[in-house]
Design a protein around this ligand. Structure first.
Ligand SMILES: Cc1cc2nc3c(=O)[nH]c(=O)nc-3n(C[C@H](O)[C@H](O)[C@H](O)COP(=O)(O)OP(=O)(O)OC[C@H]3O[C@@H](n4cnc5c(N)ncnc54)[C@H](O)[C@@H]3O)c2cc1C
Length: 289
């Protein structure tokens, strides 16, 4: 399996990458870790005329606290997200998701920005980043814009990114005290990609009631699915095992999964309930419940 021939540029700065993108437009593709794009090119599912390698562009990787958010550079590899002390302490659900992606090789090469931009419906980061209400910083030659997760992931392999934009950073709001985050995944045993997964952010009041919850489920459709019925069933309720089970039972409500080679639609709906419950239980425990 060989890709079609292509031209290759190694951008040395963000400005250079943006210039090249503007010049070559739809004929060009950015290359980050290459762990989704290169396999797609080998299968001839993608045949860009030019690759713009941003792998060595300075300033686009690393995790730092910036005010009330965690700022994660788009080129940060999955292993660095998984092992970051600040991520593990403040957003354990994000560390959990990063640590179950593929294998060690994939985690040391693949980038969080590449995963988000690729928007594979079976990918882990889109699910947890939706649950955590992350924002995506998109840079074009004419400036910067910020898009929230609910508007960033649009369809199968489709995001709000325009052809002349680079995703430079992902910002995740740091949860307040009394909040818990978690991620639970049923992975395909061969590829590691999700069959079904759930990401959760639960904010618990001192009284033990749920102030608010965001629950995203992967594997049910074209991208992360906000389990709105589950969120509504948790909000304002005491976070008891009975309430959690009843709320999780609604995790697939409003989704429209389809049968595929790995699982039937019914199995996915059932597993969505199981994995949403596990993630909510874990999030609630971390929230102090
Ligand atoms: C064997 C194997 C197993 C895997 N298992 C899993 C798994 O279990 N879970 C999972 O979630 N993923 C899995 N992956 C995918 C992996 O996580 C990829 O690394 C990731 O999806 C893409 O990141 P990348 O940096 O490699 O992006 P690339 O492959 O370089 O790029 C992917 C796409 O994003 C675009 N892009 C990249 N960076 C940017 C940017 N900064 N701005 C704008 N566009 C950009 C590219 O143009 C391209 O279209 C697996 C991959 C392999 C090969």
């Amino acid at each position: 399996m060989f890709p079609a021939s292509f031209g290759y540029f190694a951008a040395r700065s963000l400005e250079e990458a943006l210039e090249l993108l503007t010049k070559h437009g739809e004929e060009a593709k950015l290359l980050a870790g290459g762990h989704s794009l290169i396999p797609a090119m080998k299968l001839r599912l993608a045949s860009p005329r030019y690759l713009i390698d941003i792998g060595q562009v300075p300033g686009l990787s690393g995790v730092r606290v910036d005010g009330e958010s965690l700022a994660i550079g788009a080129l940060t590899v999955h292993a660095d997200v998984a092992s970051s002390e600040i991520v593990r302490q403040r957003l354990p659900g994000l560390a959990e998701a990063a640590s179950v992606i593929g294998d060690a090789q994939v985690r040391n090469r693949g980038t969080i920005g590449g995963s988000a931009a690729h928007a594979d419906p079976a990918a882990d980061f889109p699910v947890i980043l939706t649950a955590l209400n992350a924002s995506f910083i998109l840079q074009s030659p004419s400036g910067k814009r910020t898009v929230g997760a609910d508007n960033f992931f649009i369809d199968f392999y489709t995001t709000a990114l325009k052809a002349d934009e680079v995703l430079t950073e992902i910002r995740v709001p740091l949860p307040p005290s009394g909040a818990g985050t978690a991620y639970a995944k049923l992975g395909h045993p061969a590829s590691g990609y999700i069959v079904v997964s759930a990401g959760v952010l639960v904010i618990r009041e001192r009284s033990g009631r749920c102030a608010s919850a965001r629950v995203a489920v992967g594997g049910l459709g074209s991208g992360p699915f906000r389990a709105a019925a589950t969120e509504a069933a948790l909000k304002g309720q005491p976070l008891t095992p009975e309430v959690i089970v009843a709320a999780a039972a609604k995790a697939a409500e409003g989704s429209d999964p389809v049968d595929d080679l790995y699982a039937s639609a019914d199995y996915k709906r059932h597993m969505a309930v199981v994995y949403a419950r596990r993630a909510i239980e874990s999030g609630v425990r971390r929230a102090g419940g």
